[in-house]
Design a binder for this molecule. Structure first.
Ligand code: UTP
Length: 292
């Protein structure tokens, strides 16, 4: 019997984005554009490609622009139509009525708490989570990260997280897995630890912003105390589910950019611009000139 389908995705977007101040004082980090699409658009496109229908945004004060982005801009569309302009560029921002839902996290108490804020909408179904500041880019002709994860989920069920390998000295900034048996891109997860000291890190495989979780995680989060950094951590709640339910990691076949950091954001912008047929050659020439 195949596992219950993944129809819902939670996008926690209530963080303060302090690393990008002053840019994020008024504009949410998730609306910062990589070339000409905001970060949140890349994440929603990846969800749609994976067959996900319902997009649940966990927002906070000043974040309503994210929900607006997926509404119809009536005056803009009317004026563009009158001027004979092509509206197809807005196509990815159109949502099926009723399929964009916003819930509020009043205080940013941590990623785990943000996910828990979506519990009533998630209900009793497995669901996906996307951290939009981690930009996952498919290989040319390949599929996106969540689609790869859903394919793996259809085989093994349970809980899945995407992982990638980083140099060992960087692990203390991330959630890290204790890996078990591996089969191709799929690795069994025996344990999870958030921001471990280097000496205690069980591997260099870090959790990278995409998850498929069973609804039981909401019950665990209900009682989850503060962890690393004084925040309610999703990693700690997931760690408690290991052994109770199947738990696997998927190594994404594609590129990942950490757009929560300034250098990662610049890297993503360059990589995406260079790969775009409409501007790649021009950007390459500019980059070569700048590099002397
Ligand atoms: P980050 O750790 O990147 O935090 O959160 P941040 O606030 O966005 O950015 P900095 O560190 O201050 O620069 C990872 C993801 O979890 C969400 C964020 O919006 C981001 O998508 N998040 C984090 C919440 O929704 N609520 C929280 O309480 C914490």
């Amino acid at each position: 019997m195949s596992p219950k389908p993944i129809r819902k995705a939670v996008f926690p977007v209530a963080g303060l984005g302090t690393r990008f101040l002053p840019a994020t004082k008024v504009v949410p980090k998730e609306l910062l554009p990589v070339v000409d699409r905001p970060l949140i658009q890349y994440a929603v496109d990846e969800a749609r490609e994976a067959g996900i229908e319902q997009m649940i945004f966990v927002t906070g004060r000043g974040k309503t622009g994210i929900v607006e982005h997926f509404d119809i801009a009536f005056e803009l569309e009317k004026t563009m139509t009158e001027r004979g302009k092509d509206l197809s560029v807005l196509e990815p921002t159109r949502a099926t009525p009723g399929d964009v839902i916003a819930v509020r996290q009043q205080v940013p108490l941590g990623l785990g708490h943000a996910i828990w804020c979506a519990r009533a909408i998630v209900g009793d179904e497995p669901f996906a989570i996307f951290l939009p500041d981690e930009l996952m880019v498919a290989r040319e002709g390949g599929t996106g990260c969540m689609k790869q994860m859903v394919e793996a989920y259809n085989e093994v069920g349970g809980n899945l997280i995407s992982v990638l390998e980083v140099p060992m000295e960087q692990v203390s900034s991330y959630g890290v897995i204790d890996p078990g048996a591996a089969d191709g891109a799929l690795t069994e997860v025996r344990g999870l630890v958030e921001k471990p000291p280097l000496a205690e890190a069980p591997s260099n495989k870090i959790v990278s912003g995409r998850y498929i979780l069973q609804p039981e995680v909401m019950r665990v989060l209900e009682h989850q105390g503060k962890g690393a950094g004084g925040e309610i951590q999703l990693t700690d709640a997931m760690a408690k589910m290991i052994g109770q339910q199947p738990f696997h990691a998927v190594t994404f076949d594609g590129a990942r950019y950490d757009c929560g950091s300034k250098v990662g954001f610049v890297e993503a912008t360059l990589a995406i611009a260079l790969a775009r047929p409409d501007m790649g050659a021009e950007v390459r020439a500019i980059a070569e000139k700048l590099l002397g």
